[in-house]
Design a protein around this ligand. Structure first.
Ligand code: ITT
Length: 187
């Protein structure tokens, strides 16, 4: 059984493959298929639609796609499903500006991981990690919003904590662990 993670983000791939290794499952990256992303405020819809584009017709391998968002409570969930675009446009500085003077800095990351393949139509797995937005960026590891996200129970950002700690508690680790458990008992 071969499982391909269709993603353009190598950091996501590194984190996901370490999690699936815990289950003895080998993950490969697929940069050939295109992950077609519809515009929707629902991560599940975005992932399901992307999978329909990949597993259309006969396939002999399994494919995984993931969509994530950073949801900031005081901003009514912004940037949410638009996180990638917001990261590329206003970036960390823009988010920190929107949050300047805001006391309630609570936020969460959500990951939706989807699987399709020969014996699976579409199966979704979800992971969430709660935390808060830092006052300034800190740390050099990770990617995206890691320098400004402090998970609950810690005083350091994901970018300071590094991949080992991040992979114990992150949204992605939780969703991929759910996928790993499901694969072990179903395929
Ligand atoms: P794909 O090719 O897999 O789509 P992507 O980076 O575009 O890769 P998303 O569409 O899921 O991924 O975009 C979500 C954005 O949210 C991503 O670009 C980051 O800016 C941010 N993000 C997601 N997970 C994150 C994490 O673990 N740490 C920091 N930022 C994260």
């Amino acid at each position: 059984m071969r499982i391909f993670f269709v993603t353009s983000n190598e950091a996501k791939f590194r984190e996901a493959s370490l999690v699936l290794k815990e289950f003895g499952i080998n993950l490969s990256i697929d940069t050939n298929h295109r992950k077609v992303e519809i515009q929707s405020d629902n991560l599940e819809d975005i992932v399901s639609n992307a999978l329909r584009g990949i597993c259309n017709g006969e396939v002999s391998d399994y494919f995984v796609v993931e969509d994530d968002g950073l949801f900031i409570n005081k901003l009514n969930g912004f940037p949410g499903p638009y996180s990638s675009y917001v990261y590329k446009t206003i970036g960390l500085a823009g988010i920190l500006k929107l949050m300047s003077g805001v006391d309630d800095r609570t936020a969460y990351f959500k990951s939706v991981v989807g699987l399709c393949g020969p014996k699976v139509d579409i199966k979704l797995f979800t992971g969430v990690v709660y935390g808060r937005i830092a006052v300034e960026p800190r740390g050099t590891e990770g990617f995206g919003f890691d320098p400004i996200f402090i998970p609950d129970g810690y005083d350091m950002t994901f970018a300071e904590l590094g991949i080992d700690v991040k992979n114990r508690l992150s949204h992605r680790a939780r969703a991929f662990r759910a996928l790993g458990n499901w694969l072990l008992s179903n395929l």
